[in-house]
Design a binder for this molecule. Sequence first.
Ligand code: FES
Length: 197
Amino acid sequence: MKNIMLVGGGVGNAVLFSIGKAALAKGNKVLYFTGYKKLNDLFKRTLIESACNVVVWACEEGLIETARMQDYAFQGNIVDAMVYYRQQLDSIDKIIVIGSDKMMKAVNEARKTVLRPYLQSNHEAISSINSPMQCMMKGICARCIQRHVIMGKESFTYSCSNQDQDMKSTDFDFLSVRLKQNSLQEKLTAKWILHSV
Ligand code: FES
């Protein structure tokens, strides 16, 4: 049995429901931090609750009302929530983070600095790398390439072959630059949708 911590930002939570449920079914304990900018951003509350033993609801706009005795609410961003509830983190074996590149980078930084005294030194930390993708053929177009650096040694991974990558070696600035390549298409698509509705 392991103690697993899920950290989901906004729509990233949609991917964590099934991970949390599977972890519980295998007898693990699951602590789930969810983060939102606005109160209205919360979706599928019952699925989140059924995917963990304890939820910490973090929202920048205000406090989310908890529906269960064991859960907590925090006004602020998800990293600040983790710092505030740091006493809950001492037995965590594995962290799984899904959210924006900036959120995942902030969690990784906190893991190595302010949260370091509260986490086990040998915990595993995985983030779901949301690289831009094109062919999805594991090494043909390289659109999904992601840089890793460990002990000064550089390596590259095709995210389409494995999105779940080790946080400690992930270069999140590289991911941020790669994601900006899609910026023009995303803006044009948003304008086209606005024009069409
Ligand atoms: S998306 Fe083309 S190699 Fe990964």
